[in-house]
Design a protein around this ligand. Structure first.
Ligand code: NAD
Length: 427
């Protein structure tokens, strides 16, 4: 029998990652029975992109109860703005439904703990869609650690770079407000913290961080002038904005970048909001430069950094253990061409056994979003977890809690200073 799913939040992610695949690839096991959003325009956008949904019932957010009553879903897929996740997750659990939630599960630790409580009292289960785990390089790292290649993990060194294009996109949109996204230490870095937690089987205990807003906000060095409320599409200062100029044709003003073109196209995609708000607005209250240290219960340490305005995209990772070291780097984004000759564009893992030599492992990449992670996680979600896999990969609410509480502690440490102790509530 097909499992009945209702989608809460008809976001871009919902359409591409869940709605289209349910209609096109998983219709034997999954049935889409309802779409819910605060914005009726999103139903039209969805229908334009995935015409097969034209007869699926739609509901405004206030009609959540009506949707449940009329459509009787078995599970909710929660893919709306981050700050609203907790409401749908907890309401779904109260009704005994399974819940699949996009990251971040919630935008703060207190809400994540509420989700954990609700799940304990429900027959429903929560899946957290940490799709980065399914990237073949990340899976291989997990397998190598499980195989004992590095012995006991003692330290992880992870530096993430989000380029001028991808990084700026967070500051054009709702994501730029702590109250909406929890901040980038949660919205984005929870992916990274989850990877480390999963690789090393780590339960975080203490966190310390520094952070700053160096590139965006009114004091960003490339701000043409200090004004609030500008929108890229009609901005009279566009030609003086380095971030815009980088992607705009001088000939006809069109965007040489599909991501920006989609944001700033003529077609309206959201009723009361355009995702081209000025990256130099004063209201921005999150950080674009973050450094953090984490101590884990098993004795391992993490030092982490994230920069959101770099010339190219990617990360550098080293995992040190008692018996060896693993290293990998990933590069891409708008600056791919300037670093392509660094290692021919393909990602590999270097393994250094502690007393001898080096092995280089080339990991075949697969197609699809997030390095091939997106199509792989969808199979586990809609077909059930692969029974032949020998380790856990599909994340649960406890994994959401662990990743979010590091991100929340990072934000709190940046703003209030000091080491944040997670040990009293961490599971
Ligand atoms: N795992 C990943 O790699 C990944 C990638 C992209 C986005 N995401 C996540 O997917 C979600 C959507 O992101 P996006 O960038 O596609 O968003 P988006 O800006 O395209 O859409 C957000 C949607 O939420 C709706 N919404 C806002 N408040 C709501 C409420 N109270 N109830 C119902 N709907 C509400 C908006 O109307 C809008 O349709 C976010 O949680 C984001 O973190 C995850």
């Amino acid at each position: 029998m097909r499992k009945r799913y209702a989608v809460c939040g008809v976001s871009n992610r919902a359409i591409a990652m869940y709605i289209k695949p349910i209609m096109e690839s998983f219709s034997n096991s999954a049935e889409l029975v309802g779409l819910l959003d605060i914005d009726p325009l999103r139903f039209k956008v969805c229908c334009d992109r995935v015409p097969q949904v034209k007869d699926i019932p739609t509901y405004l957010a206030d009609d959540f109860g009506k949707m449940i009553e009329e459509q009787k879903p078995d599970a909710l897929i929660v893919v709306c703005m981050d700050c609203a996740h907790q409401y749908y997750i907890i309401e779904g659990l109260k009704l005994g439904l399974d819940v699949i939630t996009e990251k971040p599960m919630t935008t703060n630790t207190a809400d994540a703990l509420r989700v954990r409580e609700a799940e304990k009292n429900s027959k429903g289960n929560v899946i957290c869609t940490f799709n980065y785990r399914y990237n073949p390089v990340h899976t291989k790292l997990k397998e190598m650690i499980l195989a004992g290649k590095v012995g006991r993990v003692t330290h992880v060194d992870l530096n993430w770079y989000i380029d001028i294009h991808h990084g700026a996109s967070y500051f054009n949109r709702w994501n730029r407000m702590r109250e909406n996204s929890g901040s980038l230490s949660i919205h984005k870095a929870s992916h990274h913290f989850d990877l480390v937690n999963w690789w090393i089987d780590g339960i975080p205990q203490e966190v310390h961080a520094f952070g700053a807003l160096n590139h965006y906000g009114p004091n960003g060095v490339f701000n043409p002038s200090k004004k609030n409320g500008r929108h890229c599409k009609e901005c009279p200062e566009k030609k003086n904005c380095a971030y815009q100029r980088r992607f705009t044709s001088r000939k006809d003003g069109s965007f040489m970048d599909s991501h920006l073109a989609a944001f700033q196209g003529t077609e309206k995609c959201y009723s009361n909001y355009t995702p081209d708000m000025c990256i130099f607005d004063e209201e921005i209250n999150i950080h674009d430069t973050i450094v953090a240290n984490v101590r884990y219960k098993n004795g391992a340490f993490l030092n982490y950094s994230a920069n959101f305005s770099t010339p190219y995209e990617g990360y550098r990772l080293a995992i040190n253990g008692t018996h060896g070291r693993l290293e990998t780097t990933e590069f891409g984004g708008v600056g791919r061409s300037i670093i392509a000759d660094y290692h021919g564009g393909s990602q590999f893992i270097d393994y250094y056994p502690i007393f001898e030599g080096r092995e280089r492992i080339h990991v075949p990449q697969s197609g699809g979003g997030h390095g091939g992670g997106d199509p792989k996680i969808l199979e586990d979600i809609f077909l059930g977890e692969d029974p032949d896999r020998t380790y856990d990969i599909l994340a649960k609410s406890v994994d959401g809690l662990r990743a979010i509480s590091i991100g929340d502690a990072v934000y709190n440490s940046i703003v209030n200073g000091g080491v944040q102790d997670l040990s009293s509530f961490m599971e």
